[in-house]
Design a protein. Structure first.
Length: 362
């Protein structure tokens, strides 16, 4: 059977969760909650089975962004994962059904079983992101090596801590994130900026997600290819080790092969691999609920692609979802069919992946 860990017991479970890299994201999340770094959100922790748990899940309910379900396991036995996902979903199905959308972060083996459960729910038929990523982390030797590294900004630039009042707006605009969420993260999590001494402007930066992941790595175009990005990332990793007391972790999208290859060549990063030596993929998958035509249009409207192909693509969409509400969308919203089409990333069963929506990182 699965079990839920009381919040008062989170700290006592940290040693059990400290398994690198298998449970690295779960551990970092719970630790940051225990230390008060992400106390603006609700957090629930589940395990399976009750004796010697091998599958863990965190349901995170942030104040400023979508709900997040993280799932990780210390083994990949199909039957165990199937039973574990089933048992944990018995705890969380009520919460999930009440959420407009939820970001699932899990490996492909776990994801297969989650998909089965989500299909049975029939409440979240839209997938508006399905982003496979490689997980990179620093082992103990790499962390020790990094802490001994003296990182110096190039001439004309200086390292600065990002300030919530001064820098939140420029950061949120660059990464398309809620400005209040950015302020909260800059207040509680380590961050690094590079300031141009001549202009006084921030020209590169990186910050942590709400659970301490290295994320939102950004350099303004005119300052790229000067080594600023690498320095910012490594300086932030030093601060993550020193201030958060966790292993630096980053998830790199498979849509960024150059970044993946660069990280693999680095002395400071290790990629999480399968037993056969291939990269273990984790997925960021967003499930959306569809309660009405209006909510459906609000999801699809940003995906403007081509007026000429609008009706053809929308018809394909509605054939995949033969629900009365979707038929009404085609029959009664003719102006919509003329004005919008939708860039469909993949169609499979009753799910759609739409590739153009930005991912709201944890």
């Amino acid at each position: 059977m699965a079990f839920q860990v009381p919040k008062s017991s989170f700290e006592s479970f940290l040693s059990q969760l400290n398994v690198v890299p298998e449970l690295i994201t779960i551990y970092n999340t719970v630790k940051q909650f225990v230390t008060g770094k992400i106390d603006e959100c609700g957090l629930e922790l589940f395990g399976y089975p009750h004796e010697e748990p091998v599958l863990w899940a965190v349901l995170k309910k942030p104040k400023y962004s979508m709900n997040v379900l993280l799932m990780q396991a210390v083994l990949c036995q199909d039957q165990v994962l199937k039973l574990g996902v089933e048992a944990i979903f018995n705890f969380i199905k009520g919460d999930l059904r009440g959420m407009d959308k939820v970001l699932l972060v899990a490996g492909d083996k776990i994801l297969e079983n989650v998909n089965i459960k989500m299909k049975k729910f029939a409440t979240h038929p839209l997938m508006t992101d399905n982003n496979p990523c490689c997980l990179f982390y620093m082992d103990e030797n790499q962390s020790d090596r990094l802490l001994k590294e003296e990182l110096v900004a190039p001439e004309g630039f200086s390292f600065v801590d990002l300030d919530p009042k001064r820098d939140a707006e420029i950061v949120s605009n660059a990464v398309q994130e809620n400005v209040d969420q950015t302020k909260e993260r800059l207040r509680k999590m380590p961050s690094v900026g590079v300031r141009c001494k001549e202009s006084g402007q921030i020209v590169a930066f990186e910050l942590c997600s709400g659970i301490g992941l290295i994320t939102h790595h950004f350099t303004f175009p005119e300052f790229r290819r000067q080594g600023l990005g690498r320095l910012v990332e490594l300086r932030l990793c030093q601060k993550v080790i020193q201030k958060l007391g966790i292993v630096p972790v980053k998830q790199v999208s498979r849509k960024s092969p150059e970044v993946i290859n660069m990280s693999k060549r680095s002395l400071f990063w290790t990629v999480y691999k399968e037993a056969d030596g291939s990269d273990r993929l984790g997925y960021y998958r967003i499930y959306n609920i569809s309660r009405s035509i209006d909510s459906l249009k609000s999801i699809l409207r940003p995906l403007l692609w081509s007026k000429r192909r609008g009706y053809k693509m929308l018809s394909l969409f509605t054939r995949t979802f033969p629900d009365n509400a979707y038929q009404k969308l085609v029959l009664s919203q003719k102006s919509l069919t003329k004005e919008y089409t939708y860039n469909l990333f993949a169609l499979k069963s009753n799910f759609i992946s739409i590739c153009s929506l930005p991912r709201n990182t944890m």
